[in-house]
Design a protein around this ligand. Structure first.
Ligand SMILES: [Zn+2]
Length: 343
């Protein structure tokens, strides 16, 4: 398996975030990068550093204002004299608030959904590098059939103009746009992270050329709360091209794999030119913030299903937090995927 990563990934290392009334250690720690890379390296895969395709592939997904604020925020740090190692706002624009203010705190509150995406000195480099890993892996998949993008920070909670849920840039959406340009055909995204891929849904909600399918914990009492329900099917031209398969918290291998099979059947009927898999490992039974009970054998079975689904497939790393099972599940997934492909 070709593995594309960015050595800039660990440059964003957030301290803590506000969860259930108190500040707790941030789960999306920089060490995830080294742990995932070591697991991929140990599996004997072909490890490649991402190149630099510039900002244009990011502009295919995100608004200029969104990209500008995250690219320039740290350089504007002097505007906030009381700020320390992290720039973070506590003010968030609601849908009925339309004005984009010039001041940094207000601007950030317009482009953030919550307190989980602080900006530090290395943040832009890390999120830019993570996006470049997705672009590089999409290019390699278009050439060679499959590749894994070791994206960190993750991306599927980022909308075109909003960060949130540890995500700044939507790496899976960026990979999908890259593959759409390369193949000229429609693209399917299968999101198997335990959380609904709300940003990805939002980006493609009005489009019929990208089918989004997400399998996740029922959001009625789980992040991201406001999206991820089964009746969200797309709008306008995109009506019928968004599919959510929410499952009860505590769901295990059998339920999860049946949903993946159902999602892949819809994807097969769509006849995409390529498949993007938003690959979270936080469905694991051991994940510190997960809500499912998926075992390592479950991830292997999922890998075999995904591997058989489409000749052109890019796997994009999403969630999956620090626990002993994280590297084990990645290694097992990649190994089972390759074995099924006969690579
Ligand atoms: Zn997640």
């Amino acid at each position: 398996m070709i593995v594309v990563h960015s050595p800039r990934s660990p440059d964003h290392d957030p301290d803590g975030y506000f969860r259930r009334g108190r500040t707790v250690p941030h789960p999306e720690q920089a060490s995830r990068y080294g742990i995932l890379l070591e697991a991929a390296t140990g599996g004997g895969h072909a490890i490649e550093e991402a190149g630099d395709a510039g900002l244009d592939p990011l502009r295919a997904v995100h608004t200029d204002s969104h990209l500008d604020v995250f690219r320039t925020a740290w350089g504007r740090k002097a505007e906030l004299p009381e700020i320390g190692d992290e720039i973070l706002t506590g003010h968030f624009a609601r849908p009925q608030m339309h004005r984009l203010p010039p001041g940094l705190l207000g601007l950030l509150g317009f482009h953030m959904a919550d307190t989980s995406t602080p900006i530090r000195a290395g943040t832009w480099g890390a999120v830019y590098g993570s996006a470049q890993a997705a672009i590089g892996a999409a290019d390699r998949a278009a050439e060679h059939g499959a590749a894994y993008a070791l994206c960190r920070p993750p991306g599927h909670h980022a909308y075109a103009d909003s960060a949130g849920g540890f995500c700044f840039l939507n790496n899976s959406a960026i990979a999908a746009e890259r593959l759409r340009a390369a193949t000229g055909g429609p693209i399917a995204i299968l999101d198997i992270d335990v959380h609904h891929g709300n940003g990805t849904q939002g980006i493609f909600y009005g489009r019929r050329d990208v089918l989004t399918v997400s399998i996740h914990a029922d959001p009625s009492d789980y992040f991201p709360f406001y999206t991820g329900y089964a009746d969200e099917r797309g709008e306008g031209e995109g009506e019928g091209f968004n599919r959510n398969l929410p499952l009860a918290q505590g769901s295990g291998d059998a339920t999860w794999l049946a949903a993946i099979e159902a999602g892949l059947a819809e994807i097969a009927a769509f006849r995409p030119a390529a498949l993007v898999v938003a690959l979270g490992f936080d469905a694991s039974e051991h994940d510190p913030i997960g809500a499912f009970k998926v075992t390592t054998a479950g991830f292997e079975a999922a890998a075999r299903l995904v591997a058989a689904a489409h000749p052109t497939t890019v796997l994009v790393q999403e969630g999956g937090y620090l626990c002993d099972a994280l590297p084990r599940n990645l290694a097992a997934f990649l190994q089972a995927f390759e074995a099924r492909r006969g690579a």
